[in-house]
Design a protein around this ligand. Structure first.
Ligand SMILES: C[S@@+](CC[C@H](N)C(=O)[O-])C[C@H]1O[C@@H](n2cnc3c(N)ncnc32)[C@H](O)[C@@H]1O
Length: 278
């Protein structure tokens, strides 16, 4: 038998930062025991035979714990994740909350780069709570991502609200399809940064993270240039941003006729989300 701290120490000993080691052990314990985090506080010792295989796989492969467990917690829900999709990041909650402020009954919403489906699903969940009847279309270039997003939509019982389609940005959107909101957390890391990123991140799909250009602006340029054709009058566009990109994206929006540009910062005071109207 071992304590929670014993497992944390094993991960720290394998160079996993202490704050991450604690969260990862809690996730493993939650999975193995089937108990919630607050219930785990009352258990002092755990059977290591069930837990060590997860710890070993984490140390030996360096794979993110969410891929090993097969899911990721995000905004109070458990999302299925696998090597076809990005593990949802906390920052994306800011994008979702900001988008939800603009959702209304009857809204049509386009989510570009759907991944695991977290954005579509959490807008869908919010709309359901508000009794709004909305249509959310999520697109992605990856078949694997579309399948995973669909699995998450089924799991969250949002099948009537969210639909998914394979599309290279707008390539598979008909010219008569119009939206009130376009939202995207696109790939935004320049490929020249590949060597500098954490080993774990290299398990995530390259196409979900990296852009071929030097500034990580490729998707913002493409989406902003074509978005006016697909947005209803006064429609909104919202993006998640990497640190340092907001000025360039702001300029792109201005150059393409967008108004009421707003920047939303994260808790670290980084310009994380940009929102504008056509
Ligand atoms: C940063 S991930 C975002 C995933 C998810 N929306 C989230 O916030 O966790 C970007 C997504 O864009 C998709 N993508 C990459 N290139 C694309 C393209 N040309 N057209 C549509 N989607 C694309 C990737 O497959 C990936 O799922």
């Amino acid at each position: 038998m071992k304590t929670k701290n014993d497992f944390i120490k094993i991960l720290i000993g394998a160079n996993i930062p202490s704050n991450e080691a604690k969260i990862e052990v809690e996730l493993i314990l939650e999975k193995v025991t089937g108990k919630k985090l607050e219930e785990l506080l009352f258990i002092n010792e755990f059977d290591e035979t069930q837990i060590m295989p997860y710890i070993k796989e984490r140390i030996e492969t360096k794979k993110p714990i969410q891929y090993i467990l097969g899911y990721s917690h995000f905004m109070g829900e458990k999302f299925i994740v696998n090597s076809d999709v990005l593990i949802p990041r906390d920052e994306t909650e800011i994008l979702i909350r900001e988008t939800n402020k603009e959702v209304f009954n009857g809204a049509k919403i386009l989510d570009i780069g759907v991944g695991s489906g977290v954005i579509s699903c959490m807008i869908g969940k919010y709309s359901k709570e508000k009794n709004y009847d909305v249509e959310i279309l999520g697109v992605d270039i990856s078949n694997g991502a579309i399948h995973t997003a669909l699995d998450n939509v089924k799991k969250l019982n949002l099948i009537r609200t969210c639909i998914f389609r394979k599309s290279d940005i707008f390539s598979n959107i008909r010219s008569d399809e119009k939206f009130d909101i376009i939202v995207s957390n696109p790939p935004y890391i320049p490929k020249k940064m590949y060597e500098t990123i954490q080993e774990e991140v290299k398990f995530e799909p390259y196409n979900a993270l990296f852009t071929e250009d030097d500034k990580g602006l490729y998707f913002y340029e493409k989406i902003i240039a074509d978005a006016p054709k697909f947005l209803n009058k006064n429609g909104f566009i919202l993006f998640e941003l990497m640190q340092g990109q907001f000025e360039a994206v702001c300029q792109l929006l201005k150059n393409n006729g967008f108004k009421n540009i707003q920047i939303i910062k994260d808790l670290a005071n980084i310009e994380r989300v940009i929102k504008a109207q056509i």
